[in-house]
Design a protein around this ligand. Structure first.
Ligand code: KG4
Ligand code: ZN
Length: 366
């Protein structure tokens, strides 16, 4: 019978649990978001995040098991994110997974969160009958990570480049916060960018010394800050802050009512620059791989920023020369399906974790 794995994810500000049967059958997926807790602070507050995980972990896991129509006795393994992420947040999910493993006698599988993001795409592609072809490039862009990997096959990763400062999602969040758009910034900027001119402002990106496949987004964030400082934008920023305070999820029309054209152009130009930076790196990595004879056969894009409509459109329109695979939006941001999916090959290989495995906030992949 197909094995059932309970996945648990708690590395940042989502408490999630999911059950996967076999390699691709998702029996349930529950995500409890903490947006309402962190929104007013303009970013994730680690202490509040761990407290919220503590509150949610038991009900979220129970809900995932109930939604799948199962009991703890029907599970074959429990997988949890052991890193990278916030220490206090990781500990909640990992410790609860250890308790389940101890109490039920099923094996524990520790999963790397970034490997999870890659497996979200591998799972959905396989389930749709268009499996990812390897070797692949994987671009993981979220609030905490911006990494480019070569994936020779699932489980075999080589880091090609990473951000030297801010992550791509972090740049979206910081620019949005600066302009009074609340947190998280990515979805709002994504929603408003089509109303602006992406060529209105020419931002230049850092010419990286050393590894040309590394990313840098802090210069862009500073350029936006300088642009804002050079103009009197306080009244419109204050109007947006009032809007967020009175209405946590404004509609596009409500945003447009407090956002002049110049600011929409700024958002569109900023987003366009981030997208170009991400895709330029992927194209360069693909070219380098083909020059060295290795060659890659597809591009995987995952992580919260993979939700971005502009990035999805650009990745399809631009001649990258590779088939591009995005996860559905639900599996782009943090979830536990991806953790169970990454655990599946480890389960088959018998690569279980000891119950004293530590949470590793700085865990790397490859
Ligand atoms: O993967 P994720 O849920 O959590 C981390 O592992 O960080 O990603 C969250 C990040 C946030 O920075 C958020 O602003 C960004 O993903 N994000 C987006 C979009 N939706 C979420 N960025 C750009 N466009 C979006 N539509
Ligand atoms: Zn993530």
């Amino acid at each position: 019978m197909a094995k059932r794995i309970l996945g648990i994810e708690s590395s940042c500000d989502e408490t999630a649990a999911a059950i996967l049967e076999g390699e691709t059958r998702v029996l349930s997926s529950i995500v409890a978001s903490q947006l309402s807790v962190h929104g007013k602070y303009g970013g994730v507050v680690p202490e509040l995040a761990s407290r919220e995980h503590l509150r949610s972990i038991v009900p979220v896991v129970r809900e995932a098991i109930a939604a799948a129509g199962l009991t703890f006795g029907d599970l074959d393994a429990v997988a949890a994110t052991s890193g990278p992420g916030l220490a206090g947040s990781l500990l909640v999910g990992l410790t609860y997974a250890k308790a389940i493993a101890f109490a039920t006698g099923i094996p524990l599988i520790a999963v790397n969160h970034i490997e999870g993001h890659i497996h979200a795409v591998i799972l959905e592609a396989a389930a749709s009958g268009r499996p990812v072809e390897f070797p692949a490039l994987a671009l993981i862009a979220s609030g905490g990570h911006t990494h480019l990997f070569e994936v020779r096959q699932p489980g075999a990763y080589r880091l090609l480049g990473r951000t030297r400062d801010d992550a791509a999602g972090e740049a979206f969040d910081k620019v949005a916060k600066l302009l009074g758009f609340g947190y998280p910034g990515g979805p709002v900027i994504d929603m408003l960018a089509p109303h602006g001119n992406p060529r209105a402002i020419r931002f230049t990106l850092a010419n990286m010394k050393g590894n040309k496949l590394d990313f840098s987004f802090s210069g862009l964030k500073t350029a936006v800050l300088r642009w804002v400082e050079a103009r009197n934008m306080t009244p419109e920023i204050e109007a947006r802050k009032v809007l967020v305070r009175t209405n946590p999820i404004p509609t596009v029309d409500q945003w447009l009512a407090v956002t002049p054209q110049g600011t929409l152009d700024l958002l569109a130009s900023f987003q366009c620059t981030v997208i170009e930076e991400l895709l330029n790196h992927a194209v360069r990595a693909a070219e380098t791989a083909s020059e060295s004879g290795d060659g890659v056969r597809s591009l995987i894009v995952s992580g919260g920023v993979a939700c971005n409509s502009g990035l999805r459109a650009a990745a399809t329109e631009r001649a990258i020369g590779l088939p591009v695979y995005f996860p559905t939006r639900a599996l782009s941001t943090d979830n536990a399906v991806m953790i169970a999916a990454a655990a599946y090959p480890l389960y088959r290989a018998g690569r279980f974790s000891a119950l004293d495995i530590p949470a590793e906030p700085n865990l790397t992949l490859a």
